[in-house]
Design a protein around this ligand. Structure first.
Ligand code: PXP
Length: 255
């Protein structure tokens, strides 16, 4: 089982102020030090979190592999070709959604032909392609027919299910993962996975990779809070002694 860490929401915090911190590239390095086996980012058409600069620098910095999530829009596929990550995961994208909702509707001929074109272009440049799909046999069969290397099963319905339907949603994932494996596809999974619900999914033998973002970013903020506050408090308390240190900005004379 590999853990790919999605760092989009580091950039979401940066974009809340349109400034330069926190930097998702630095976060990627720390995620790798923590054991991430890959870094995932979703370059959205509206660039609401990571942007082209981030992905370019991630390509130079990440030592594991970059999994770049892209919509099937031809301009976004062209971005994938330009950035040439280890893997592109094609996902559905709507501008007004908060996060990716559902997998690619591969049984729809229009969606399928856009996906087919994207897959062909990416694979021609030797980029591994994964398709984000719902855990349904029809979508898996179409994905296998398109010749992709991998699929990512959407775990959102499992994650959101209440007690009454949780076991049923998990069973759908098990059946889909086994079917995907029997078709020769590498099976990944992701969306909505948390510290509370990941274990049953990560224990499915036919799933080889999970992609997790929001929950890890949420915990990182909380586990880092005490240290961040202590560091700022130390600076504030030590200010009278430290204000003359070399390199510390001081106001001009007469201020
Ligand atoms: N996989 C895909 C295809 C996604 O679009 C996302 C969200 O960007 C994730 C995994 C990660 O989901 P979460 O942030 O809920 O862990």
């Amino acid at each position: 089982m590999r853990l790919y860490v999605n760092i989009d929401h580091v950039a979401t915090v940066r974009e809340a102020r349109k400034t330069d911190e926190p930097d998702p590239v630095r976060a990627a390095v720390l995620a790798e030090l923590g054991g991430a086996e890959g870094i995932t980012v979703h370059l959205r058409e509206d660039r609401r979190h990571v942007n082209d600069r981030d992905v370019r620098l991630l390509m130079e910095t990440v030592r594991t592999g970059v999994n770049l999530e892209l919509s099937t829009d031809p301009a976004m596929v062209a971005k994938g070709l330009e950035l040439a990550p280890f893997q592109v995961t094609l996902v559905p994208e709507r501008r007004d959604e908060i996060t990716t909702e559902g997998g690619l509707a591969l049984t729809d001929p229009g969606v399928r032909s856009r996906v087919e074109r994207g897959v062909g272009e990416l694979q021609a440049q030797e980029i591994r392609v994964s398709l984000f799909i719902d855990p349904a046999a029809g979508a898996l069969d179409v994905a296998a027919g398109l010749g992709v290397e991998a699929i990512e099963l959407h775990t959102g319905e499992y994650a959101n299910a209440g007690r009454a339907s949780k076991a049923h949603e998990l069973e759908r994932l098990v059946v889909a993962a086994d079917h995907g494996e029997s078709l020769g596809l590498a099976v990944h999974a992701g969306h909505g996975l948390t510290y509370e619900n990941v274990i049953p999914v990560a224990a499915i033998p036919s799933i080889e990779e999970v992609n997790i973002g929001h929950s890890i970013m949420s915990r990182a903020i909380l586990v880092g809070m005490e240290r961040a506050v202590r560091e700022m408090r130390d600076l504030v308390l030590q200010a009278p002694e430290r204000v003359r240190e070399p390199g510390i900005w001081v106001p001009p004379q007469g201020f």
